[in-house]
Design a protein around this ligand. Structure first.
Ligand code: JB3
Length: 219
C-alpha cells in the first residue's frame, strides 16, 4: 500500500489526538499541520511543523501531499469542518479516515471516506457513518444508526439502534439517544442529555429528558 502523505488541518486538542493515532500508522506520514492562529506557525507538534493556514493546501498538494484530515472538533464547528473538508477536496487532496486500533467496527457497518473512529469507540451492525464524521473516544453507535456528513458524536455518547443524526449535528459528551429517534440537521444535544423524542433541525436540547433550550440560526 502506498504511503499516505497527510495534511492535518488544525493544530489544537483534537488534532493532537489524531496526530498520535496517525503516527502509529506505518502507512501514513503527516507532512504538515495548518492553523489559522499565527502564533502557532513555526512551532511543531510531535515533530510535525505548523507551517501556516489553509492557503497552504494547494502548495502542499503540488509538493506531493495526497490526503487530508480535518483536525477541528469543537461543538458548533460543523460548518467550519464541512467548509475545510470541501476546500481540501477541491485542491485535489483525498480525505483520509482514522480508525483507532481499539475501535470496534462491525463488518456490516458502512464507513464513508474521512471518518474518525477514536479509541474504544464502537460502530455496530448495519450502521452507516458518512463523510467527515467524528465518533469520539468511547462513543457507541448502535446497529442501523445513520450518521449524516460532518456529525460529531462526543466522547462516551451513546446512540441506541436505528438513531438518525442529521448533517452537522453534535451529540454532546455522555449524551444518550433512545432507539429510532431522529436528531435534526445542525442540532446540538447537550452534554449528559437523554433524548427520548425527535429533535427538529437547528435546535439545542439539554437535560433529562432532553428539552429544547433554544433554536440555532440555520447553518
Ligand atoms: O473533548 C474532546 C475529547 N476533544 C475536544 C474536541 C472534540 O474539540 C477538545 O477538547 C476541544 O474542545 C476541541 O478540540 P479542537 O477543535 O482542536 O479545539 P482547539 O483545541 O481550540 O483547537 C482548534 C484549533 O483549530 C485552534 O488552534 C484554531 O486556531 C484552529 N482553527 C480554527 N479554525 C483552524 C481553523 N485551523 C485551520 N487550519 N483552519 C480553520 O479554519
Amino acid at each position: 500500500m502506498r504511503m499516505k502523505k497527510i495534511v492535518l488541518i488544525g493544530a489544537g486538542g483534537h488534532a493532537r489526538v489524531l496526530l498520535d493515532i496517525l503516527q502509529d500508522d506505518k502507512n501514513s506520514q503527516v507532512c504538515a499541520l495548518l492553523d489559522t492562529d499565527r502564533d502557532k506557525w513555526g512551532t511543531t507538534i510531535c515533530n510535525v511543523p505548523v507551517i501556516g493556514d489553509d492557503n497552504c493546501l494547494a502548495d502542499l498538494r503540488r509538493q506531493g501531499a495526497s490526503h487530508f484530515v480535518v483536525g477541528i472538533g469543537a461543538p458548533g464547528q460543523a460548518a467550519r469542518r464541512r467548509q475545510l473538508f470541501d476546500t481540501a477536496q477541491r485542491v485535489g487532496l483525498a480525505p483520509a479516515s482514522i480508525v483507532h486500533p481499539t475501535a470496534t467496527c462491525f463488518p456490516s457497518a458502512m464507513l464513508a471516506e474521512g471518518v474518525q473512529l477514536l479509541a474504544q469507540s464502537a460502530v455496530s451492525a448495519g450502521a452507516t457513518v458518512q463523510t467527515n464524521v467524528i465518533v469520539n473516544t468511547g462513543a457507541i453507535v448502535e446497529h442501523d444508526c445513520l450518521l449524516e456528513p460532518h456529525v460529531h458524536v462526543a466522547p462516551r455518547a451513546c446512540l441506541a439502534g436505528g438513531v438518525r443524526v442529521g448533517t452537522g449535528a453534535h451529540i454532546g459528551l455522555g449524551a444518550a439517544v433512545k432507539e429510532d429517534v431522529s436528531i435534526g440537521d445542525h442540532s446540538i444535544v447537550g452534554a449528559g442529555a437523554v433524548v427520548i423524542e425527535n429533535v427538529p433541525a437547528n435546535t439545542v436540547v439539554v437535560g433529562i429528558p432532553a428539552k429544547p433550550l433554544r433554536k440555532k440560526e440555520a447553518a
